[in-house]
Write a protein that binds this ligand. Structure first.
Ligand code: SF4
Length: 402
């Protein structure tokens, strides 16, 4: 088989590295600090899991790999090289345009690591900056200052990485449209190929939850209100446009040709396999006892790093949850994920995927939402309007079938 083999389905691979130097005060991702021996055992467990899945090789062609976390850049560079070597051994990678992304946090990036990642063909780096203001970084509990971020950024520049993202976070406590603009302009002036801009969400179980969760919390009044948040969002789109970035998804902006292919895969319903503790997969599984029967399955690995390592050491499956998706659930997902993208969803893609015309399933609700100014027509189908983006959760709910 070769890359042009149309019979193979595209696949994204996600590798979860659940380690961080320290937990940030707002973070509820599955990540924690751990000893170096644990990192080592984890990488070996990951490699075992990759080999356990090599039987799907003939059916899929890997288009993207994404090392996320946590902080993948915390690991020695050699570990990333070992993991990608195992992936290449077990799967076929697309020969051209293969995208391998790695999330890197300032303070954990060295010249040596950058060189080893390059050897492992990592060709896209995603830097977690969050803010260019040192006071805000300290408030968030980040391990780095803006100056330390710049050092990592320049090292990546010297190492020749030409596809870099900067993650920023808006709607921080005490932030105003003016202070946000300073961060945004500082980041854009570095000319990254891509910017991800998410609003702070106060998650239960985090130190931020104690401080900012609701009107009764001690520092709640420091959070920008909804109106200010909306202003910040609009400002972000306007300002980044001036710097040559196009918003291609609700929270993601890129220069032409630099949209993150891996994340686009999630929004476009491309199959993906996740490896590591807490990693999720969305995959088409063969129905046992049939030649051609397939069913879309979502599965999730155990969210406990020591337990994940033990399971892999003892030859048990790391999968903790497995769910077959009904056609209705797949349609709903098609809508929620597709409408996040600027280009929206295509009626013909809906028909090709489900064998039902779009209007038969969603005609009435779409007409209503268009009448409310929340959706606009495109050549191919529909997309959210600016007003629709403001109230996107309302739109997504309207597309629930059950
Ligand atoms: S670096 Fe990222 S994953 Fe780690 S604690 Fe901070 S926000 Fe969470």
């Amino acid at each position: 088989m070769n890359d042009n083999d149309q019979t193979r389905m595209p696949l994204g691979i996600y590798i979860h590295i659940p380690f961080c130097v320290r937990k940030c005060d707002y973070c509820d991702f599955f990540s924690e600090p751990a000893a170096k021996e644990v990192w080592k055992a984890y990488v070996q467990a990951l490699i075992k899991e990759i080999y356990l899945n090599q039987d799907v090789k003939g059916r899929y062609l890997v288009k993207t790999v994404f090392f996320g976390g946590g902080t993948p850049s915390i690991l020695p560079g050699q570990a990333i090289a070992e993991i990608t070597a195992a992936l290449r051994d077990c799967f076929d990678f697309e020969k051209e345009n293969m995208e391998i992304s790695l999330e890197a946090n300032p303070g954990t990036v060295t010249e040596e690591k950058l060189a080893l990642w390059k050897e492992a063909r990592v060709n896209r780096l995603s830097f977690g900056l969050q803010s260019a203001d040192n006071q805000e970084l300290a408030l968030l509990g980040r391990i780095h200052t803006f100056e330390q971020f710049l050092e990592s950024w320049e090292l990546a520049d010297q190492a020749g990485y030409g596809n870099r993202n900067i993650d920023l976070m808006s709607a921080l406590p005490g932030q105003t449209a003016e202070s946000w603009l300073r961060t945004l302009r500082t980041a854009a002036a570095l000319e990254p190929e891509h910017l991800s801009v998410y609003s702070l969400i106060i998650e239960e179980g985090t130190p931020f939850y104690q401080r900012f969760a609701g009107p009764g919390s001690p520092d709640f009044s420091l959070l920008p209100d909804e109106e200010e948040e909306r202003k910040i969002y609009k400002l972000t789109c306007r300002e980044l446009k001036k710097y040559g970035y196009r918003r291609y998804e609700i929270s993601n902006y890129a220069r032409l040709g630099y949209a993150c292919r891996h994340n686009c895969g999630y929004w476009e319903g491309v199959w993906y396999l996740g490896f590591g503790a807490g990693a999720a997969s969305y995959i088409s599984e063969r129905i046992k006892g049939t030649e051609t029967g397939e069913v879309p399955v979502r599965r999730c690995n155990i969210r406990d790093t020591p337990a994940y390592i033990r399971r892999m050491d003892n030859g048990f499956s790391p999968v903790e949850e497995r769910e077959r998706l009904t056609v209705e659930e797949q349609m709903e997902e098609f809508m929620f994920l597709g409408l996040r993208m600027e280009k929206g969803i295509s009626f013909s893609a809906f028909y090709q995927r489900f064998g039902f015309s779009f209007s038969q399933v969603y005609g009435r609700v779409t007409e209503k939402l268009m009448g409310q100014g929340l959706l606009a027509k495109t050549k191919e189908g529909i997309r959210l309007t600016d007003y629709g983006i403001d109230v996107s959760n309302y739109v997504f709910e309207a597309y629930l079938l059950s």
